[in-house]
Design a protein around this ligand. Structure first.
Ligand SMILES: [Zn+2]
Length: 258
């Protein structure tokens, strides 16, 4: 799966890909910007391809000799909401996944997500499911129903601290006191996130979009805070989604999809 293509020297591309067998890797595609022949269709967009890699290395990168497109989600580029969500997921995987860790479950998740997104359009609940699943796969799933500090039960007065990885019970919130990044974690948000976590398949999550807007928006803020905390740099695609959402709120010709 192509995550990102970065221009390099006069005519080359560095392809950041997520591979089923090798995890996240960088490949050098020599001449890919001059001649599209060897890499036809595999160096842009939302694409699953089979790359043939040579034995040599250049600048610590393996060299891609050619590519064959296996699957392409071209329609994602035609819908601004789906396009924004798909790009965000690719950037999230690129930033959160350590290099060289094969994660077959993640490859399957991405392909299923793009199928679903292309068929039905952007959905905040499906996106939350993908965020939660990626965090789970990399071993950083948030603690949603137990206090991260005392392992006790939580209630409607709990807090959520991304830097600690999840929920704080009311007693621990009182002990730790006010601190930057501490968010409210009321019951409707807990219920929504637990329903996201309990979903076992990307195709069944969309019905949770019926949950009230404020619970879904608060849940988004919690997961995005966690992802932002874990990522080594700010995610550019999040900025794009925020601008898009505020433009839709000002001019709601189509229902906003937070
Ligand atoms: Zn506690």
């Amino acid at each position: 799966m192509l995550l990102r293509a970065v221009p390099y020297r006069d005519a080359d591309l560095i392809l950041h890909i997520f591979s089923v067998e090798h995890g996240r890797v960088g490949l050098l595609a020599r001449g890919a910007r001059r001649s599209k022949r060897r890499f036809v269709g595999a160096t842009s967009g939302f694409v699953l391809a089979r790359f043939t890699v040579g034995s040599g290395k250049s600048q610590d990168l393996r060299v891609a000799e050619s590519a064959e497109v296996m699957q392409q989600w071209e329609a994602l580029a035609l819908d601004v909401g789906a396009f924004a969500h798909a790009n965000y997921v690719l950037e999230m995987v690129h930033e959160l996944l350590p290099e060289g860790h094969p994660e077959p479950a993640l490859a399957e998740l991405l392909a299923q997500y793009f199928d679903e997104l292309q068929a039905h359009g952007a959905s905040s609940s499906v996106l939350r499911f993908v965020e939660y699943s990626v965090l789970d796969i990399i071993g950083n799933a948030p603690q949603l129903d137990q206090c991260v500090r005392c392992a006790g039960d939580i209630d409607g007065n709990a807090g959520f601290l991304a830097s600690r990885g999840g929920a704080l019970c009311a007693a621990c919130v009182a002990i730790e006191g006010p601190r930057p990044g501490l968010r409210r974690y009321p019951m409707p948000v807990q219920d929504y996130l637990l329903a996201i976590r309990a979903s076992d398949d990307v195709t069944h999550v969309r019905k949770l979009d019926q949950v009230a807007d404020d619970a879904r928006l608060a849940a988004r803020d919690l997961l995005v805070a966690l992802i932002t905390h874990l990522a080594p740099r700010p995610l550019r695609t999040l900025e794009f989604i925020a601008k898009m959402s505020s433009a839709l709120r000002r001019n709601p010709t189509t229902p906003p999809k937070p």
